[in-house]
Design a protein around this ligand. Structure first.
Ligand code: C2E
Ligand code: MG
Ligand code: MG
Ligand code: MG
Length: 284
């Protein structure tokens, strides 16, 4: 009798796991189709200088236009792609599409700041520098036009092989940015072992500026450290003038966030550049 009371809970639990497994399988198989059927696209979000107000970079963000479910967020399908290993193919597609677009912009005489792509830790293997080199070569894109955003999980692995691959990429002319900085567990002390030129303060610490004391202290610490290490500091997820002014006063170099623009399709980003759109420091 006593055992019976557990049964429904167990059944419910395994049913839920079953559902999750099914959901994963469905996303995985649909994601394969998405690659084949051209359902993926890149959106571009400007990075803006806190000195000049000008667009000085862009981040390419993956979007999936699902035929039935509409625009699916990378927060949903990237984790599945990472689990299943499909991220390798997806990542290759992203790099190639970014280079194709950069080349197209250059052919159209659009003056383009560097475009950053996100790399998953699983893409970071021995073959990466060569793969990157091939795509740059294929589209005749200068490595200075492309940046790579990596996350702390890669640093925590800490292996010399990771540093060697990074050094190889940097020697090719590719700059590395550390994404979502502050959310992982990498120690500040060994940050300097890695050839990283840009730190991106995670949105989690920007959201509370300038009212949350802890967020202010963290943002200040990151900016100060970045200046010491001669790294560019980008604040992610900046949505308000207040946040912007606080970061500007700290000496943060760039912002990225809805305050200036959401991620937009390539044509809209191109229009922003052509129009020379700038961030106003004195309000809308
Ligand atoms: P991330 O690299 O940290 O990208 C920044 C995310 O913050 C983007 O979400 C962007 O739309 C969002 N964001 C930017 N400004 C604001 C703001 O002011 N407010 C708010 N609330 N959000 C803002 P998105 O595009 O949904 O991407 C989520 C994550 O998915 C990315 O975080 C990145 O980790 C991953 N991801 C996206 N594209 C790729 C890709 O091509 N490859 C890999 N490996 N991961 C990707
Ligand atoms: Mg990123
Ligand atoms: Mg980020
Ligand atoms: Mg983030």
């Amino acid at each position: 009798r006593a055992g019976r009371t557990h049964e429904p809970a167990l059944l419910f639990f395994s049913e839920e796991m079953n559902q999750r497994a099914k959901e994963h399988l469905r996303i995985e198989s649909e994601l394969r189709d998405a690659l084949a059927n051209d359902e993926l696209m890149l959106y571009y979000q400007p990075k803006v200088s806190l000195r000049s107000g000008r667009i000085v970079g862009a981040e390419a963000l993956l979007r999936w236009r699902h035929p039935v479910r509409g625009l699916v967020s990378p927060g949903v399908f990237i984790p599945v792609a990472e689990e299943t290993g499909l991220i390798t193919e997806l990542g290759n597609w992203v790099v190639e599409e970014a280079c194709r677009q950069i080349r197209q912009w250059r052919d159209a005489n659009v003056i383009m700041p560097p475009v950053a792509v996100n790399l998953s830790a699983r893409q970071f293997d021995r073959g990466l520098p060569q793969r990157m080199g091939q795509v740059l070569e294929q589209y005749q894109v200068h490595p200075e036009q492309l940046m790579l955003e990596i996350t702390e999980s890669l640093l925590v692995r800490g292996a010399d092989s990771v540093i060697a691959i990074m050094n190889e990429l940097v020697a090719m002319g590719l700059a590395l940015a550390l994404d979502d900085f502050g959310t992982g567990y990498s120690s500040l002390a060994y940050l300097k072992k890695f050839p990283i030129s840009t730190l991106k303060i995670d949105r989690a610490f920007v959201v509370g500026l300038p009212h949350e004391q802890n967020d202010c202290a963290i943002a200040r610490a990151i900016v100060t450290m970045g200046q010491q290490l001669r790294q560019e500091i980008v604040a992610e997820g900046v949505e308000t003038m207040e946040q912007m002014h606080f970061l500007r006063e700290l000496g943060c170099d760039q912002l990225q966030g809805y305050l200036f623009s959401q991620p937009v399709p390539a044509a809209d980003f191109e229009r922003m550049l052509r129009e020379g759109r700038r961030l106003s420091f004195t309000g809308p």
